[in-house]
Design a binder for this molecule. Structure first.
Ligand SMILES: CC(C)(COP(=O)(O)OP(=O)(O)OC[C@H]1O[C@@H](n2cnc3c(N)ncnc32)[C@H](O)[C@@H]1OP(=O)(O)O)[C@@H](O)C(=O)NCCC(=O)NCCS
Length: 152
């Protein structure tokens, strides 16, 4: 069994996630132009609703929160956003674990396709998605963003 699982994000988790975003550059990688510096837990929680669910990657043994993402369902398509690993835990393969569990969740929610946006040059993120089978399907209307997709 995987030593990690997902749970629904709580208000306390929003505070934890804010602590993982130390500056405006980190905020830009995390959310693109969607949120403004300084990030607050209020900005994160006001995104809830309209098909969006937010998730934490958690260690089975310690129950420590290690990562975050959200999923927005739109019919049979879903979008993953706000992918973030605790900066203290990066470089140990957790993004691969997170995307694997996020794909399982997407299937459970009934979507047939998972899409995402990633900033051009964000190599750790692009490698993670490419390894998980995502491909760049279409030209983005923003030159600084790749649009990637994978069927479920
Ligand atoms: C992107 C992010 C989620 C990756 O998390 P992570 O747990 O450190 O990643 P992993 O250890 O699972 O490594 C994923 C891949 O990136 C590579 N990688 C990790 N750190 C890297 C670095 N600093 N430079 C280049 N590649 C790197 C790994 O080698 C691995 O690729 P491989 O399997 O082909 O070798 C994390 O860096 C993060 O939270 N970044 C800030 C927010 C962000 O950019 N989110 C993505 C929004 S689309």
């Amino acid at each position: 069994m995987s030593p990690h699982h997902l749970r629904t994000r709580t208000p306390a988790d929003c505070e934890t996630v804010v602590g993982w975003v130390p500056d405006v550059e980190a905020l830009h990688l995390f959310t693109g132009p969607r949120m403004t510096w300084p990030l607050t837990s209020g900005q994160l929680s006001t995104m809830e609703g309209s098909g969006l669910s937010a998730w934490m990657l958690v260690a089975d043994d310690t129950d420590a929160a290690l990562g975050h993402f959200d999923l927005t369902l739109d019919g049979q398509s879903a979008r993953i956003g706000r992918v973030l690993i605790d900066p203290a835990r990066r470089g140990h393969g957790l993004a691969h674990v997170l995307i694997g569990l996020a794909m399982e969740k997407t299937r459970e929610l009934g979507a047939m396709e998972l899409r995402l946006n990633v900033m051009v040059g964000n190599e750790p993120a692009i490698r993670t998605y490419a390894r998980a089978g995502f491909i760049e399907m279409e030209q983005s209307d923003r030159p600084d963003v790749h649009v990637m997709t994978r069927s479920m």
